[in-house]
Design a protein around this ligand. Structure first.
Ligand code: CA
Length: 236
């Protein structure tokens, strides 16, 4: 049985594009253009398997919708991905406080969104082990739920983007990541950034990580690679 995704989004073009892309991937979709309609749709049994929720709705804020979904028994456990065009730092903090599972900043690529949807659905799946909330790697500790990173138990303050870059590296440790792949998965194709931006952010992330910085290795002419083991000798 295919998963049903409820799209709460007032921009008709975007909502239709999302629905089209999701159906092409085998998902069933439901659409709502206001917060009120979205809540009604979400309460309709059976509940959707996932909600894509725009923040700026005509009648209410996406945060309110999120809070209400979390407060009601029928929708309490439905995963929510927030779609936002606003400053990502604020949204990230508030979004997680109100119980969103993930957030995607507009403009985003269909591919990026699909990857996030799959990841969230996988985490929410009944047969899966609970999500790994904390990853330890040598001197580095990453608390995913809290969006915090530590080196030798000292917190490293990262931007939302740097945090995403770090967890992307961590999840693919030992595998070479091209700049293009990082651009697509961390920034999203639609982002108006160049591969040089990737270098700038990786450099800053490395600096912030200090003693754990060398875990991110440069693969000359290709991209980057996060070590597969903390004490692996640098090869480049
Ligand atoms: Ca909107």
């Amino acid at each position: 049985m295919s998963a049903t995704i409820l799209i709460i989004e007032d921009e008709t073009d975007l909502a239709n594009t999302l629905a089209y892309n999701l159906r092409r991937e085998g998902y069933a979709t439901r659409l709502a253009a206001t917060g009120r309609a979205g809540l009604e749709q979400a309460r309709e049994p059976p509940p959707p398997d996932l909600v894509l929720l725009d923040l700026m709705l005509p009648d209410t804020s996406g945060f309110d919708v999120c809070r209400r979904l979390r407060a009601e028994e029928a929708t309490r456990r439905v995963p929510i991905i927030i779609l936002t065009a606003k400053g990502e730092e604020i949204d990230r903090v508030v979004g997680f406080e109100v119980g969103a599972d993930d957030y995607v900043t507009k403009p985003f690529s269909p591919r990026e969104l699909l990857l996030r949807i799959r990841a969230v659905l996988r985490r929410a799946g009944p047969d899966e082990a609970p999500p790994v909330e904390e990853t330890r790697f040598g001197r580095l500790r990453v608390d995913r739920a809290g969006h915090r990173a530590y080196v030798d138990d000292e917190e490293v303050v990262l931007t939302a983007l740097e945090f995403r870059l770090l967890t992307t590296f961590l999840d693919r440790r030992g595998r070479v990541q091209t700049r293009d792949a990082l651009l697509a998965d961390v920034w999203g194709y639609a982002a108006s950034v160049t591969t040089r931006t990737v270098d700038t952010h990786v450099k800053r992330l490395r600096e912030k990580l200090g003693d754990a910085g060398p875990y991110v290795e440069t693969v000359r002419g290709v991209g980057y690679r996060f070590r597969s083991h903390p004490d692996e000798a640098g090869e480049t």
